[in-house]
Design a protein around this ligand. Sequence first.
Ligand code: GLC
Length: 433
Amino acid sequence: MTDVPPAASVEKFRDWRFGLFVHWGLYSLPARHEWVKNRERLTDEDYQPYFDHFEPDLYDPSKWARAAREAGMKYAVLTTKHHEGFCLWDSEVSDYTVAHTAWGAGKDLVKQFVEACRAEGLGVGFYHSLIDWHHPEFPIDLVHPQRDDEEAIAKAAGRDVQVYADYLHAQTRELLTNYGPIDIMWFDFSYPGRQYPDGRDGHGKGRDDWRSVELMAMVRELQPDILINDRLDIPGDFVTPEQYQPDGPMERDGVPVLWEACQTLNGSWGYDRDNLDWKSPELLVKMLVDSVSKDGNLLLNVGPTGRGEFDPRALATLASIGEWMRLHERSIRGARPAEYTPPVDARYTQKGNRLYLHLFSWPMGHVHLAGLGGKVKYAQLLNDASEIKRIENDPHQQAQNTTMGGVSSDVLTLKLPIQKPNVLVPVIELFLS
Ligand code: GLC
């Protein structure tokens, strides 16, 4: 077993920069958050109607994959099983799968998804929940739906998490054996030692429960080129800030680490009909740019409906991002952080001798770029390749009406149009000399 991520996969992942996360399962039917079973303390019996009515007749993952590609995404990660325990493939070790629903006899939604991604040239990842609120041997703990049900807790007293771990390992083996090369394994999540607010033991779970070291070794053995995330309670190949943007390139023990921010469209991962907390396409583009400027990826989630479609709000957002990406892809794809400090409310990315200045707010008339005096041989707006004039500053210049004073010679000043270009985030491409 080796703990070092495969170098070629790391560079491929860094070049991708932007991916699609898909949270889809039975919780798409109640359509009020993927944690609904936990939040409403639903029993298996309460939850059964969603299994009985799972009928995603419009499921056509080629549409998902096309929407992702057109949005500028390069990979897609699907929830093969979320915390509710329902499996989107015909697992040999479970009856709680799509293939056992009335609608889904003989169906393998994971297989269709993988094929659709490959057809659109997307990398493929599997999200797989370590937690399982349906498995009969998964001990009731502080995040379990039955955490307050004394009778259920008494009945569950003899549960053996190691029997569940065998199941987890067997399913992981199926997923990484039956679908060809998989790029990413995204386990979720560990909470060792977690307590109730009053200090009682919450029976949190971690590496010993999942047998994480053994699980990771098996993943690497089955898929030598795969990247594994960091939620097994042992270090993985990349770290996964969730619903926040870090304030700079991420590190582990002082060493730069591969990272991917996972973000939602409206705060929920599963389809959440009445949640109107939608982020604007402009904000989402800024989050993508921000990630790349800090050497990270953005994994943006869509929760498809119970019919199996991306809803119109999600599609409209992806289309807006896609229009921005059509014109600005080269400031994102394969880009890395730059060594220069950007002006206020701006982000740099860099590829070779091209430096990309992303302006999050549009300044009046000029923008001053520290450290770039004498270093740029040409500048243009990226969206239309229209030239941007450069002003090399003379530190001895006195401010006079419209002549610029007080700007040092290592600063490059750009002359901007008054009108902000009609794109979500304007980008200026600077050719370094
Ligand atoms: C969390 C949640 C979950 C979601 C995940 C995505 O850990 O449990 O619902 O799938 O984050 O990062």
